[in-house]
Design a protein around this ligand. Structure first.
Ligand code: ATP
Ligand code: MG
Ligand code: MG
Ligand code: MG
Length: 475
């Protein structure tokens, strides 16, 4: 059985043998893109190379990139605990061609890695291409010999773009069929979002640059950007269906079970906690601190969501920070910076737990009261607002509780109470943070490291804004 770490190594080794430069994962805080919340794909650190604005001494690269998909465009936070395949934090294995090889080699490499290096049976794989992409279809069907029964042409799902403008192109996706005992249909069918056919690898043929008027202009040098989720391919290689059953997650689930006094390892809340400890630890490791806006607020939302799930399991003491040790044990070799910052990460997590503990109990009691008197299935905007404003419950946390009980939130009612509060604050001339703009990002920040403040004992992260070194203290 191949361990996750062995799959990561095999991937990088295979692509190194095919002439690719092995490049380290970049930070979760994108250094080159202030419009992007978190690094959400392997291509992010190469964006300017694809655009031709930056030159590298190599034209082929491979990486295992740490990614976070929470908040922003790709947001999988709400999927965690509900699907077998989505995490807030995951590792994306990728190979990249900067105007070097194109479709034929990208497809050949992908197929060879899956069927020869990993030895997966072709009958379990399903391939899709863009409806317009005859070239890729011919390579798959005529050259590689993929069966027409396990091949489909799709539209939007197979056109990838970085954003409203920028590099883009048709893509080809490879799925693994987890077998007839799992509900779900093949790609393009009605039930394709159920977890029988799980997308493992996405090959993007970067062929165009989309202009602001929407026009597609051919790139001078067609390129390749691919991404394969390490946890998904590990599940396939370890013969399990859900990502949470792989080696790495089993260790985290056991640690979470111990920390919360839970015996059932399949408990949904344990999965959420095991997922969230990874995103929270790595975000803090990369210099993000919990706060009320921007990246820090997304971190706070993930942390509080995890803490609430621990509370649901009956753990009323601080527990979340104790899981960092188990994570370091699992991932500290691949990411030495995690081990290096362990103490700071624990401290930041513990501080947030202590802070939220002050209001979590009371907030839950308020919510239960409101639910007891509920007529219908919609939680009133006023409850959502009070929980948010007085008890520090991010709206998605309240929504997570609502979803568990098949209830929904009156978001319009909540929004109008927020507006009214802002208007009052403006009228009184007092400064009030604009919580609704909490995804806005200021200028590019480069993380320099941590320092401890002697007197207060607080952890501070050092950031560099242009030439000015500033200290953020949001603990
Ligand atoms: P899905 O359709 O399953 O949500 P996607 O098409 O959004 O996946 P891509 O943007 O193509 O995913 O990312 C490339 C690869 O990264 C995917 O094929 C998958 O293996 C992996 N991946 C994407 N999102 C996640 C996630 N939230 N957790 C774990 N792995 C992921
Ligand atoms: Mg997705
Ligand atoms: Mg997809
Ligand atoms: Mg995809």
């Amino acid at each position: 059985m191949m361990k996750s770490a062995e799959i990561r190594d095999a991937f990088l080794k295979y692509f190194a043998e095919q002439g690719h430069e092995v490049v380290n994962s970049s930070s979760l805080v994108p250094g080159n893109d202030p419009t992007l919340l978190f690094t959400n794909a392997g291509m992010v650190q190469f964006k300017d190379v694809f655009l031709g604005a930056e030159k590298r001494p190599y034209s082929r690269a491979t990486s295992s990139q740490r990614c976070v998909r929470a908040g922003g465009k790709h947001n999988d936070l709400e999927n965690v605990g509900y699907t077998a395949r989505h995490h807030t934090f995951f590792e994306m294995l990728g190979n990249f061609s900067f105007g070097d090889y194109f479709k034929r080699d990208a497809i050949r490499f992908g197929w060879e890695f899956l069927t020869k290096v990993l030895g997966l049976p072709a009958e379990r794989l399903w391939v899709t291409v863009h409806i317009s992409d005859d070239e890729a279809a011919d390579i798959w069907l005529k050259e590689v010999g993929v069966s027409a029964d396990r091949f489909s042409r799709l539209d939007e799902d197979n056109f990838w773009q970085m954003g409203d403008t920028g590099p883009c192109g048709p893509s080809s996706e490879i799925f693994y069929d987890h077998g007839a005992d799992v509900p779900g249909g093949p790609p393009g069918s009605e039930n394709d979002d159920l977890d029988r056919y799980i997308e493992i690898w996405n090959l993007v043929f970067m062929q165009f640059e989309r202009q602001s008027n929407g026009e597609l202009v051919p790139l001078p040098r067609p390129s390749v950007d691919t991404g394969m989720g390490l946890e998904r391919i590990a599940a396939v290689m370890q013969g399990v269906h859900s990502n949470y059953e792989i080696d790495l997650f089993q260790a985290l689930l056991r640690a979470a079970a111990t920390a919360t006094g839970t015996s059932d390892l399949e408990n949904k809340s344990l999965r959420v906690i095991a997922d969230h400890i990874r995103s929270c630890s790595f975000l803090v490791c990369d210099g993000v601190l919990p706060s009320n806006e921007g990246r820090g607020y997304v971190l706070r939302r993930i942390m509080r969501r995890a803490i609430r799930h621990g509370h649901k399991l009956g753990q009323t003491n601080s527990f979340f920070h104790t899981l960092v040790a188990a994570l370091v044990e699992q991932m500290g070799d691949a990411y030495p910076e995690l081990r290096q910052h362990q103490a700071q990460i624990e401290k930041v997590l513990l501080t947030e737990e202590q802070q939220f503990a002050k209001t979590l109990d009371k907030g839950m009691a308020i919510l239960e009261d409101s639910l007891a008197g509920l007529d219908g299935s919609v939680i009133p905007g006023e409850t959502v607002f009070t929980l948010y404003d007085t008890y520090g419950f991010p709206v998605d946390l309240t929504n997570d509780i609502a979803r568990e009980r098949s209830l929904t939130l009156d978001l319009d009612g909540y929004e109008s109470l927020m507006e009214a509060q802002k208007a009052r604050a403006r009228a009184s001339g007092s400064f009030k943070m604009d919580y609704t703009a909490n995804l806005s990002l200021e200028g590019t920040t480069e993380f320099l490291g941590y320092t401890h403040l002697e007197e207060s004992g607080k952890v501070q992260a050092l950031f560099k804004d242009g030439e000015k070194v500033s200290q953020l203290n949001e603990g």
